[in-house]
Design a binder for this molecule. Structure first.
Ligand SMILES: C[S@@+](CC[C@H](N)C(=O)[O-])C[C@H]1O[C@@H](n2cnc3c(N)ncnc32)[C@H](O)[C@@H]1O
Length: 156
């Protein structure tokens, strides 16, 4: 696996809401699960910065699946948080596909969670959940947690 220093030459910070410290935590958690069986998921892609970190670190050695509406957040009850429907919509499937460039062994699943998880039954060793709404987190956990490999991480 590439070192974090090597990865920082990739322009992932420019396309992420995470700062370099949080990127570092994500990278460390992922690296601790590489020996486990299972795919790697990211729910909540937006501009693709953290997706690019995961893909660059994995170097195609594990299946990486990326999930987002690419239409921003769904409607949520007012008590959910301070975001509103459509926040984070200023991105697209095409932008993320282009950003991923020559990365291999990944797929981008455009659609609403948890519907876009339907039909997937594989085990999962690492999940980055970055979906901002309580309901979206809950729905993703309901679907993915039962498929998490023993010792795997859900990174929220
Ligand atoms: C904070 S952004 C993700 C940030 C990104 N990981 C980064 O590196 O900056 C949250 C994303 O979750 C997506 N999202 C939240 N709830 C969703 C749902 N129910 N279905 C599909 N996408 C959802 C939004 O479209 C948005 O792009």
């Amino acid at each position: 696996m590439k070192s974090l220093k090597e990865l920082q030459t990739v322009p992932m910070l420019k396309y992420s809401l995470l700062d370099d410290k949080r990127m570092g935590v994500l990278y460390k958690c992922l690296s601790e699960t590489l020996h486990l069986e299972g795919a790697v998921y990211e729910c909540g892609v937006f501009f693709g910065g953290t997706a690019l970190l995961l893909a660059t670190a994995l170097e195609g050695r594990k299946t990486l699946r990326l999930f987002d509406s690419f239409e921003g957040l769904p409607e949520a009850p007012p008590e959910d948080n301070h975001h509103k429907k459509g926040d984070f919509s200023q991105t697209s499937f095409a932008h993320v596909a282009q950003l991923m460039g020559e990365q291999t062994n990944f797929s981008i699943h455009k659609g609403w969670l948890p519907d876009s998880l339907e039909g997937l039954e594989e085990t999962v060793s690492f999940v980055h959940l970055d979906v901002d709404l309580y309901k979206s987190y809950h729905d993703c956990l309901d679907n993915i947690y039962p498929r998490l490999t023993e010792g795997g991480y859900h990174c929220l």
